[in-house]
Write a protein that binds this ligand. Structure first.
Ligand code: ZN
Length: 348
């Protein structure tokens, strides 16, 4: 690849170059296929008529996670550029090669792209793709909502991963009004951790199940993002959607795993609260004989669970949230991560 073209992949989207009060659809080269042809990534810039913050929203970092695309489409349809304060920068499909292949992982090297950020210009194929996405998109935004779903074979509630110790991220999580908020500073090399390194408050919205559109997730996601935009002062001409539920806060979570192979019958529902010692799964053989029972090692709430009854030793069958707020951090956060969104007027 020529140095010039490669440099182009790393060109941030110059939001200030777009006229105010308009919507702009872009397809920008971000990678190349094996014929040397560019891979184009879709972006939408909605530049409000009035100044204000830049909110980034992206989806399908895993190529089979589709609910976020629907959420972004709905938000875009609802936004009035002439009345918007600030700028919305959306990327409905982050991982274009995986989306085209209909799969979760980046197809060139079969890596999980959300373990490759902030990427590296001389790294593996997925590292280089991640780097280009960070330069193109992430460096242009001030707040980030990264939308995901469960992975194949699993079901998710609507939950948000956020650093409860960052007031900005915590407020974004609360405004999204998911069923559950799971505290976490975010693992290394996720898009959320790359955002944090750039002082961009970020949350991961886990919206349901892979490979499908779920209407309720789309509606809840759209309303949640409208509440965030209202709190950021981006939408001022209409009342934000009402709060309809109180999220359950979890300070931690764990995956429960089978220790044998067999056919798994789960006695669980999403968002169900379970007790320590409660029987949550039965394993049977092909003849229907019970070969194992599984009890919850702790009390908690079901964040996600297996969708398929096929179990191997080590199959994840329940994502169990540990209810309660995390203890205060030793060092408070600073910069934009420390901004409050709730109880504050938006700026600009
Ligand atoms: Zn994902």
């Amino acid at each position: 690849m020529s140095a010039k073209r490669k440099q182009g992949f790393y060109q941030p989207i110059a939001l200030e170059d777009f006229p105010r009060g308009g919507r702009h659809q872009l397809e920008l080269p971000i990678y190349e296929n094996s014929l040397g042809h560019p891979t184009y990534c879709p972006f939408v810039v909605v530049r409000g008529a009035h100044p204000g913050p830049v909110l980034g929203i992206c989806a399908a970092t895993h190529g089979d996670e589709l609910n976020g695309i629907n959420i972004i489409h709905r938000v875009l349809a609802s936004v009035r550029p002439d009345q918007l304060h600030g700028t919305l920068l959306c990327c409905p499909v982050v991982n274009v090669p995986a989306f085209e292949a209909g799969q979760r992982r980046f197809p060139v090297d079969e890596k999980d792209l959300n373990t490759c950020f902030p990427g590296k210009s001389t790294g593996t194929p997925s590292d280089q793709y991640a780097r280009a996405f960070v330069e193109r998109f992430l460096k242009s935004v001030e707040y980030l909502i990264d939308i995901h779903t469960a992975s194949e074979g699993r079901l998710n509630s609507m939950y948000v991963r956020a650093d409860w110790h960052s007031p900005a991220a915590r407020d974004m999580a609360l405004l999204l009004q998911p069923e559950i908020i799971l505290h976490g500073k975010s693992g290394d090399r996720t898009l959320r951790s790359a955002a944090r390194a750039l002082d961009v408050p970020a949350v991961t919205l886990e919206a349901g199940n892979p490979s499908v559109f779920q209407r309720q997730m789309a509606e809840d996601g759209e309303r949640g993002i409208q509440r965030v935009m209202a709190a950021l002062g981006m939408i001022r001409d209409q009342e934000p959607p009402a709060h309809t539920r109180t999220p359950v806060i979890c300070h931690d979570s764990q995956w429960l795993r089978t220790t044998q192979g067999g056919i798994l019958d789960l006695n669980l529902e999403l968002c169900q609260k379970i007790e320590k010692g409660q029987e949550v799964a039965t394993l049977r053989n092909a003849f229907g004989d019970t070969t194992g029972t599984y009890k919850s090692p702790a009390e908690g709430i079901v964040i996600g669970m297996a969708h398929t009854p096929l179990a191997f030793p080590g199959t994840r069958y329940c994502h169990l949230g540990r209810i309660g707020e995390p203890t205060a951090p030793k060092q408070p956060v600073s910069g934009r991560l420390n901004h409050r969104l709730i109880g504050q007027e938006g700026e600009g």
